[in-house]
Design a protein around this ligand. Sequence first.
Ligand code: ADP
Ligand code: SF4
Length: 699
Amino acid sequence: MPKDSRDSRYDILFEPLQIGPKLAKNRFYQVPHCNGGGYRDPSAAAEMRRTKAEGGWGVIFTEQTEIHPSSEITPFIEQHLWEDKDIPALAAMAEAMKSHGALAGIQLAYSGINGPNLYSRDVPLAVTGGPILTFTSDPVQARTMDREDIRDLRRWFRNAFRRSQQAGFDLICLYGAHGFGIFQHFLSRATNHRADEYGGSLENRGRFLREVIEDAREVTKGELGITYRMSLHEAGTYGFSNAEVRDFIEMHGDLPDLWDLAQGTWEACSGTSRFKPEGAQEDLVRGIKALTSKPVVGVGRFTSADAMVRQIRSGILDFIGAARPSIADPFLPKKIEEARFDDIRECIGCNICVSGDMTGGISRCTQNTAFMEEWRKGWHPERARPKGPSSSVLVVGAGPTGLEAALQSARRGYQVTLAEATTVLGGRVARERTLPGLSAWGRVADYRTGQLQPLTNAEVYRDSRLTADDVLAMGAEHVAIATGASWRRDAVARLHLLPIPTDPAMPVFSPDDLMAGQGPTGGRVTVYDDDHFYMGSLMAEVLVARGCTVDFVTPATKVAEWAENTLEQAIIMRRLLELGVQVHLSKAPETIGPSEVNLGCTWSGAITTLPADAVVMVTSRIPHDGLYHDLAARQGEWEAAGLRSVKLIGDAAAPGPIAWATYAGRRYAEELDMPDDRGDTPRFRREVARLEPGPSRLP
Ligand code: ADP
Ligand code: SF4
């Protein structure tokens, strides 16, 4: 579509802007973000960035790139730039980023007090020594750097600047945000207790950053833009507070070529939509632009073009920073430019992408099923591969799995029928979007429903609960059974592998019951959570809102422990305490009586009794696979019915998070008409470590 299709209200977003010696083609700035692939999956990471270049971003950054083995954050998988042989992987990344005219940026990191060095085994070096501050309480301390160490560190940064330039990057970002980078450790009195010229006054604490930026300009001969990513606010008496941040920028307004502002901790900066609205860091950013002549970028999970324009017009930001919105829709700038607003696949703020980094897996995105599969599988967020020889597909069930399977199959060119038992499209998303704080999750259904609507080769039938007879009568060549799952009520999950004895007089409910408006409306209720993600705490919230007194019981040592991976665990615990919920850790119901729950301690086995009027089980889910098995039992009738394949997908096969469901839908559509080797070869490309030439043992 030509550029003149653009709505002139958004012109400002497409104005070019200088970052030091480099000109960004527009204001869309993909801030550094991890992807769980890093140095292990360099081609997958590079191709993911290329997709963003294609989607119109003006600036694209790598994830954190560690400059030296004396500071690395294993088990998290980021990039390495430790020696010249790391350059080619990053050069491929830079080339991909620049492929459509974006500026390519590299984020350089030295983690200091945050790097346990579990891989390199070097002694960690910090501004001020002490126990390593990370998510995992590693039993390791860092040594305080002396002046010689600081000189070494400057030299290591100089090496990284030379290598970054050699790799072809336009911009270098120095990482000093989220409590993670050495520059912040120098600036903050919480982590800098030095008595030399690098400690004490703000002037002194800023010395290292000034020196390194001078070094960067000298090494790169002023040819690269140098940006500084800084925390907007560090909490605590000695933290680098928002007031000090402002003092520092006032003192050093022209130091970097751009100020990249990120809210305090990573948890605060990348808050989920359940707890943080769009534009949540505005109060901390407002007014900073006036303190510097250099451009300012900030984030806020921006997906609305109007909100972006407001940030710029009201003088808060110069560039619109985005990590998650760029993951959910790499083509966000292009869609705004072409006024295709309904096509924007908005981030739902679930942080499943973050969990890929936190778990050492590879990141995935609930909304953009192609994320990190661009190279591994050849998937694209916008383009579909042409269809194979067969022509028709029936998808049963319009939850996230079925909606994605139908949309992607239709985009490939198959004739698609989507049948849904109820009158509402969205399945579990239609229910979960009604829970406190989860309304943005509805975008999973809204985007797909909206995209299916204009397609002439896709028909959607509501109120159509299909039986095996119906499916056989419909004549589709391929059938996807995406009929979902229901929460159990018998306590079976991880701790209890078999149902526990339960007195029939005790009312027992599941999250499905509560989401359907049933369940207790008062009294004392036990919520038993052996799921460990978001649902348990949401059930407690719903019950408190209904006037119940809630006991939250979990066999884990903390509530919602998997929510560590979405950066929500601490905030969930705080929320439960604020709501007056009684938390019972390391406990699980052993038996349920008519008016009590008998809890066993997971350590000692000691039994305590909790009075209860009702129980809500947040445990595991039972797949709805009956239709699939009915059809499988009638395979002899398939040929006459024109049926060639029946597949069970999504929650109906194996319940999981919504991102697993959308992924299953995409995979189904991608693999239509593909030869099925029953898993004898991997279904994705991967990189295998190259063996190093040389002797097997060093002398
Ligand atoms: P998933 O997460 O795998 O998409 P959901 O539970 O969200 O699973 O969605 C499953 C959908 O399938 C629900 O909307 C449900 O109403 C629908 N469904 C279940 N059985 C049938 C059936 N026999 N015919 C049509 N739709 C069905
Ligand atoms: Fe947004 Fe969730 Fe996708 Fe992350 S995984 S980009 S939070 S939709």
